[in-house]
Ligand binder design. Structure first.
Ligand code: AMP
Ligand code: MG
Length: 690
């Protein structure tokens, strides 16, 4: 992305009104580059495009000036409506040197071709120029529209006719089009210009206008970077974070010889993308070379270190926030309790009360919750007070009503009673301004109660993670439908769908994919556009019909994890359309166990939560078992009479064992012999949802 300039050479020290360029790839921008004049900028951009092309990459190059003029201008200037004729005209007529150029003279010369006065105006020079008025209001009868269609929509955009004065863009256009004309000649068929041509070349040149998202650019401006540098940084990074579909939609406008502004109809998407989290790295699942069987703990450590949140933030009311992940710490808006108050129904006075029988005259009136007593209670007196009522002045201690004998005028009770008894101090629970919950917290019902108590009404949380669920395999049929020999019902999809819902996500049913690579690719592409992450089952190994792993391999992002665990089989991890894909085994027992052990903690991080090991308990075993060294084993298990039972068969085809169980017993990687009464690690299924 290029922030162009219409002025002269700005010298070696970075200046805001020179040229700034910023390149981004895969959602990560390089540092912005300062270019003091147009000749240097054109050379830098040419070299950059050449280098990118040599590396096999495509280039979307954005320039922040109008690519065309209001309709009809070209006809007068060049005799043609072809916008490129205007570019070529300027390339032939503009004289540009670091210390000066002929833009004002040219503008006057062009005005001479039009009737009346104008359309160009504004003269940055001391000398007068024939046909170039200094004031816009001096123009008349030139016949040109003041703005292009795009500028009518882009509120605040300056007309291309104004050549000087604060905010003017006309000079940039005149001094920019010759460079674009030369780039176009240089790259020929490899380059297309938006929206003058079909977008079918590896280099595309587009018009950008950073002010389209001025608010969010200003909101993210670092103190140590010039505004122009930050603008190109934000735009480059943001455009490279869009999915191919989003970018395609943005580029999809009718051919328009006036030119347009990229993203004009997509301001909220751009804004959301600027504020959104950085994308995951495409290689984040890659395991170090040389590991054949990866221990479970190592695989988990890998996921923990590589994954990060992928969903944007939003502000929602407290009562809708259960199960959401906090995007910012929450501080108490008010102390809790806000004022000292009574913990019981009784009588308040100034404590302590000494040993022996106490007789305190009663002050008339009372203090109740929501109706505090306004006056003072004199020393040696008491006041009727109810639970939750503020302690009036002169009261710090409350005697329980059950412990007193009261008449109209006095109360009697047995001392001693400590100062502060049965009273709550202001802020003893939470103080005002105290951080009560941290970023990444998954909000519980109790959290909502706590936040409500201190007056938090709105919360900054992560948007709910959208999890796509897809089954793969020619043999699968939807439960309830007709079925032939050789076909089976799809058990994984309803199971994984329900798991994702249980974990608090928005599950998206992506259906079944046949064992057909092309069709599976299409379904994944559609799924990636609708979801933040995709869980698939089946086809994850390296066999002939393992299309899931084959496709991810073709996309260049496959990491085939062979985990030393039972039940297992390889996990195929990768990316499709920039979205992470967890290719789980097809076998339902393995699919569910792998989903719980690997997908549950991973999705939690993608959703904005902190990494969390599932809560487990040490429980005496109610069975005998010996296991080999070298792999982790997860047994379908449940607790009965304080003892962990395991499902009778370890056969991984037995789906009924999943239903029988309420959790998993995890047996660690070493060899073990377990006898009844030995402690084993039991993980309730519900722990994975926490
Ligand atoms: P795959 O990983 O595709 O080789 O599948 C392994 C085993 O799991 C095969 O017996 C499949 O038929 C079975 N399987 C795959 N997907 C499902 C599913 N969604 N529901 C039930 N069984 C499945
Ligand atoms: Mg299969």
């Amino acid at each position: 992305m290029v922030d162009w300039s219409g002025g002269n050479d700005r010298g070696p020290k970075p200046k805001a009104d020179a040229i700034w360029v910023c390149a981004a790839r895969d959602g990560v921008a390089d540092a912005p580059v300062y270019l003091r004049n147009r000749a240097l900028a054109e050379a830098w951009i040419t070299d950059f495009i050449n280098a990118e092309r040599a590396a096999g990459r495509r280039v979307l190059a954005g320039f922040d000036f109008a690519f065309g003029y209001p309709a009809g201008f070209g006809k007068v200037l060049t005799g043609s409506d072809d916008p490129f004729a205007i570019w070529d005209w300027f390339a032939a007529h503009v004289q540009d040197a670091p210390d000066g150029n002929n833009r004002f003279d040219l503008a006057g010369q062009i005005n001479g071709l039009f009737p009346g006065i104008g359309p160009f105006w504004g003269n940055g020079l001391k000398r007068d120029i024939a046909n170039l008025p200094r004031k816009g209001s001096a123009r008349a009868g030139h016949g040109m529209a003041e703005r292009r269609q795009a500028e009518l929509q882009a509120k605040g955009a300056f007309p291309v006719w104004q050549l000087s004065g604060a905010g003017a863009v006309g000079s940039q256009v005149i001094m920019g089009l010759p460079s674009l004309a030369r780039l176009r000649k240089r790259f020929g068929k490899d380059l297309c210009v938006w929206p003058f041509e079909a977008q079918n070349a590896p280099i595309a040149i587009v018009e950008i206008w950073p002010s389209l998202i001025a608010k969010v650019i200003a909101a993210t401006q670092p103190a140590d970077l010039p505004k122009d540098a930050h603008q190109v940084f934000v735009l480059a990074q943001t455009l490279s974070r869009l999915t191919p579909d989003q970018l395609t939609a943005m580029l999809d406008v009718p051919i328009n010889p006036e030119g347009s502004i990229l993203g004009l109809d997509h301001v909220s998407l751009l804004t959301e993308t600027v504020l959104g989290p950085p994308p995951l790295r495409n290689d984040c699942f890659a395991m170090p070379q040389g590991t054949h069987w990866t221990p479970v703990d190592q695989a988990l450590t890998h996921l923990k270190s590589r994954l990060s949140v992928v969903v944007n933030d939003e502000t929602i009311p407290l009562d809708q926030a259960a199960g959401r992940y906090l995007a910012a710490p929450v501080t108490a808006a008010r102390a809790h309790p806000p004022a000292a108050n009574a913990a019981v129904d009784g009588y308040g006075f100034a404590g302590p009360a000494p040993d022996g029988v106490q007789v305190l005259p009663l002050v008339q009136g009372r203090s109740a919750a929501g109706a505090p007593y306004a006056g003072d209670v004199p020393a040696g007196h008491a006041l009727r007070i109810l639970t939750g009522a503020n302690l009036p002045k002169g009261v710090d201690t409350v005697v329980l009503q059950e412990d007193v004998t009261a008449t109209q005028n006095e109360v009697r009770f047995h001392g001693p009673l400590k100062k502060g008894a049965n009273a709550r101090k202001a802020g003893e629970d939470m103080t005002q301004g105290q951080v009560i919950l941290e970023t990444g917290r998954k909000l519980t019902p109790a959290d909502l109660g706590m936040m409500a108590a201190v007056g938090v009404g709105q919360l900054r949380v992560r948007r709910r993670l959208r999890v796509g669920i897809l089954s793969t395999g020619d043999e699968l049929r939807t439960p309830g439908s007709a079925i032939d020999d050789g076909q089976i019902y799809d058990a994984n999809r309803p199971m994984l769908h329900a798991l994702a819902c249980d974990w608090g996500y928005e599950a998206v049913d992506l259906g079944q994919a046949p064992d057909d690579r092309e069709r599976l690719g299409q379904i994944l592409t559609e799924g990636a556009a609708r979801c933040d992450v995709i869980l698939t089952s089946g086809g994850a190994s390296a066999g002939d019909e393992d299309h899931m792993s084959a496709l991810l391999k073709d996309s260049g992002s496959l990491a085939l994890w062979r985990i030393a665990m039972k039940p297992g089989r390889p996990l195929a991890l990768g990316f499709w359309g920039q979205k992470p894909v967890f290719g789980l085994p097809g076998n339902p027992v393995a699919a569910m166990v792998c989903a719980m052990i690997f997908a549950a903690p991973a999705l939690r991080v993608l959703a904005g939560g902190t990494w969390q090991e599932p809560q487990s308990f040490q429980v005496p075993a109610g069975f005998t078992k010996s296991k080999k060294a070298g792999r982790r084993e997860y047994l379908r298990a449940r607790i009965n009479n304080g003892v962990a039972e395991r499902f009778a068969s370890e056969g991984s085809g037995r789906v009924s064992g999943l239903s029988w169980a309420t959790g998993l017993i995890a047996l660690n990687d070493g060899a073990q012999t377990i006898a009844p009464g030995d402690l084993v690690t039991f993980i309730p299924f519900s722990s994975f949802a926490a």
